[in-house]
Design a protein around this ligand. Structure first.
Ligand code: ATP
Length: 207
């Protein structure tokens, strides 16, 4: 039996005004995989992820998720279908508490009991977030903010998670910890991961 293709890009081209950032990008990810996109600064990795999650509308090509054409759909619609994006630089809400950041990740969900269970799961993966749950997210360290960004995405109960350079600015030790958790989430929850990295060694080890 062949595995389900959860994500498929065909000949995608995206631009910022006159600047063509990516062209002719085709890729496929199978359900349950950890897949990685490698490339140097400015190669267009972030643009690929933004095009998948609907933040940028492509000029050409198609994006399919679970067989649905989601090209240029509204990002909120795409999140509700089960695809979440952990952006480069974390982008946590600095003035909200850790706890409220996590609940923001679940804001489209109506299954309250399952949300509370997922909150416990996230605190189980990252005990430091439980310790800091009442603290403003802006006061966390860079590594802790990365943990929070991943956790906030998990609160949307995703089937596919896009991770943009989770190792950015982190020490080798913290990077290793983050990658271990990503692999663990993939194994335990079956979440498919598409990982963008400059840190090719870490990414290839995980993928
Ligand atoms: P990095 O590893 O540095 O994050 P990247 O591979 O993710 O790089 P992108 O951020 O996707 O690369 O950028 C691809 C190209 O698009 C680059 O040439 C960049 O300068 C350009 N670009 C990105 N964002 C914008 C923008 N908002 N306006 C204009 N050009 C942009």
């Amino acid at each position: 039996m062949t595995a389900e293709v959860i994500l498929k890009l065909s000949n995608v081209e995206s631009a910022y005004g006159p600047i063509k950032a990516i062209r002719g990008v085709s890729l496929r990810v199978e359900r349950g995989q950890i897949a990685t996109v490698l490339g140097s600064n400015g190669a267009g990795k972030t643009t690929i992820l933004k095009t998948i999650s609907g933040i940028i509308d492509p000029r050409k090509g198609t994006v399919e998720f679970k067989g649905m054409n989601i090209t240029a759909q509204d990002p909120a619609y795409i999140v509700q279908r089960g695809l979440v994006h952990v952006p480069e630089g974390r982008e946590v809400f600095p003035l909200l508490s850790v706890h409220d950041n996590l609940l923001m990740g679940a804001y489209t969900r109506r299954d309250r009991d399952a949300v509370l269970r997922d909150l416990e799961t996230v605190y189980h993966y990252f005990p430091i977030l439980k310790e800091r749950e009442r603290q403003e997210a802006g006061l966390l360290s860079g590594g802790q903010q990365q943990m929070l960004a991943i956790s906030r995405a998990l609160m949307a109960a995703p089937e596919l998670m896009l991770l943009d350079e989770p190792s950015l600015g982190l020490s080798p030790k913290l990077t290793k910890e983050i990658f271990e958790i990503v692999v663990r989430i993939n194994r335990e929850r079956g979440t498919t991961m598409l990982l963008v990295e400059q840190n090719a060694n870490m990414a290839l080890n995980a993928a």
